[in-house]
Design a protein around this ligand. Structure first.
Ligand code: M6R
Length: 605
């Protein structure tokens, strides 16, 4: 996730764009830049760091010119660096582009442009866009046609804005999947990734839709469909919303906003870079023993992934809590050990400490993280970005589901590499994975009210049990973490089969026991465990297959979800728990974005 903005009008563009960037920084903050057109040239200032720091060094706001574009970055392709920061330009320096999204076919397109003689300076996918527009201009297209032809060749997601020093009276923008809004002023126009960046200037906006391009002059906007070139006429909408409301996109808390971002973050998690994913799978394949290492939520993703690696690739992997790794496994590791570390921040001290120990023993270190440039990316032999965008809420939500989705794709690649799975099964699973983002959106909408009711019922309980088997146990573990950290209610998560070896003694009349009971091979056993708990007076809350009448009858509270492949259980079944924890925090009067005693990134041992 990145933030983009653009301005054209009578005012000086740079200070307006700087203000817009500070409002968009929540979308990414590893580097930023602004460029304007002045005196027939594109003038650019960009660097690594936060917007305010960069501006105090480079005075981006002092750039002259009445047209400009700007970017604040959350790196996906290419580490945060001055050269990778946006805007990016073509060989002549005449065309500049800012972009939010991921161009999936950039390797092929870049190769083609390099063969045609274009010189690239960055490692980003974005840079191919100005070069391709330059190429079409060279071949005789005018700017509009060059822009449209370029867009037609891009696969993936984008919200982008483009300037041409040769046409200083027009701003070109386009959108596919990543958001873009156009602010309409009487004598100026402004574009941005979201309305927060332009509400100061105007409340009249046009929301660009997927597959549309817009050609913006200070006195008018022309919208075309990218595929057909057909013109679209759309009246501006008048917004009645404050900047503060807009920052959380209408949600009262970042956590709820991030929960509802999952359809988008899951889509981004499906866009892992093929070459790195193959490399990670190959390196995993070489390991005599494979450890999956993480802390907190990231450890729970590792738990979920051990099911995926076993069932798909027939590979035994060991999920380990990072702080336990050295004592319990340290003496057994060596050059044939592979450690796949999972960390949203890439900076968790327990993870890095374990990895440093492993590095000194010649283990292969691999990483999955949300943060390019983090220590984890620097010490990993290969790493994969989960592309979730910044997560502001202390409780991990969208980053968990994305981690599981990335890990599942890796398990699938390893399965293919090892020849453990037929091609038709791979295709089936892949098409199932592609449906996850949409399904996540449907589930969130369908269970929200129910989870608010459940939260009210559970808010005054002293203890809550969560039980599940196989992939559903990782949901129990993650549900426990969410409920505990946000509502401060002690929770006990157990593999359901183990609950009879102790936890059952704690059950009394009315003790809430939440079963994660999808329609899988463990269903019968789950029903058995439910009956055991019910017989001792437990209140049974089931998160189960929506058509499972038998479980519905046994349960005091029943939350129905769609039937899913067990691989997807951790992603789909965790969603009600994120909402439950959120609403329990509200019922108990806690701030869900800032739970007590916790930090977003724990950088102490
Ligand atoms: O950045 P990481 O994924 O390494 O962070 C690990 C934990 O600190 C993190 O998951 C924490 O437990 C969250 N607050 C869980 O919601």
């Amino acid at each position: 996730m990145c933030g983009i903005a653009g301005y054209i009008g009578p005012g000086r563009a740079a200070p307006i764009l700087l203000k817009a960037l500070s409002r968009l920084e929540y979308r990414g903050y590893d580097s930023a830049g602004i460029c304007t057109i002045f005196g027939g040239r594109v003038l650019t200032r960009k660097d690594v760091g936060k917007v305010a720091e960069i501006n105090s060094r480079l005075r981006m706001d002092e750039l002259p010119g009445n047209i400009g574009i700007a970017h604040t970055r959350w790196a996906t392709h290419g580490a945060p660096s001055q050269v990778n920061a946006h805007p990016h330009t073509d060989c002549t320096g005449r065309i500049a582009v800012v972009h939010n999204g991921v161009i999936e076919n950039f390797m092929a397109l870049k190769k083609e442009l390099v063969e045609a003689g274009h010189l690239f300076s960055s490692k980003t996918d974005t840079e191919l866009i100005p070069h391709m527009v330059e190429e079409y201009l060279k071949r005789g297209s005018d700017l509009t046609e060059a822009f449209m032809r370029t867009l037609q060749r891009l696969e993936g997601s984008y919200a982008l804005a483009l300037l041409d020093a040769g046409s200083p009276d027009i701003l070109l923008v386009a959108r596919k999947e990543s958001p873009l809004v156009i602010g309409i002023g009487p004598d100026f126009k402004m574009v941005a990734s979201d309305i927060t960046a332009l509400l100061d200037l105007t409340r009249d906006v046009v929301f660009l839709q997927n597959g549309e391009a817009a050609f913006i002059r200070s006195d008018g906007v022309k919208i075309l469909r990218v595929d057909t070139g057909a013109e679209i006429f759309r009246e501006p909408t008048r917004l009645d919303i404050t900047v503060e409301m807009a920052e959380k996109q209408g949600y009262p808390h970042y956590m709820l906003k991030e929960i509802y971002e999952q359809p988008e973050s899951l889509k981004n998690a499906l866009r892992i870079q093929e070459v790195y994913a193959d490399l990670v799978a190959e390196l995993l394949d070489r390991g005599r023993q494979i450890f999956l290492l993480g802390a907190g939520t990231s450890y729970n993703s590792c738990l979920a992934a051990s099911y995926a690696f076993s069932s798909l690739a027939r590979a035994a992997t060991y999920p380990v809590i990072a702080s336990e790794f050295i004592s319990n496994y340290g003496a057994s590791i060596g050059a044939d050990t592979v450690i796949l570390a999972v960390s949203q921040s890439g900076e968790t001290a327990d993870v890095l400490n374990a990895l440093e120990y492993a590095r000194l023993r010649a283990c292969t270190i691999l990483g999955i993280t949300n943060t390019v440039g983090s220590t984890l990316t620097r010490i990993s032999r290969a790493y994969i970005l989960q592309n979730s965008g910044p997560e502001i809420g202390v409780a991990a939500t969208k980053t968990f589901t994305s981690q599981v989705l990335v890990l599942s794709q890796l398990a699938l690649r390893l399965a293919k590499l090892r020849g453990k799975i037929a091609q038709y099964e791979i295709d089936e699973i892949k098409s199932g994975l592609k449906k996850v983002p949409e399904m996540a959106g449907e589930v969130l909408d369908s269970v929200r009210l129910k989870m608010r009711e459940v939260a009210e019922k559970l808010a005054d309980k002293n203890t809550i049990f969560l039980l599940g088997r196989g992939p559903a146990y990782s949901v129990a573990a993650e549900g426990r973490l969410k409920i505990m950290e946000l509502s401060y209610t002690p929770c006990i998560a157990y593999p359901a089969g183990e609950s009879k070896h102790g936890p059952i003694s704690v059950i009394q009349e009315g003790t809430p026991v939440i079963f994660i009971a999808p329609y899988d091979d463990n269903r019968r056993l789950n029903i058995g465990s439910m009956m055991e708990m019910k017989a001792r007076g437990a209140t049974i809350i089931s998160i189960a297959d929506r058509d499972d009448r038998e479980i519905e009858e046994i349960s005091d509270i029943f939350v129905g979800l769609p039937r899913v492949h067990p691989l997807l259980t951790p992603i789909i079944y965790v969603l009600p728990f994120q909402l439950l924890a959120y609403y329990m925090a509200l019922v108990k009067g806690h701030d869900p974005d800032k739970p007590r005693n916790l930090a977003k990134s724990v950088t102490v041992l």
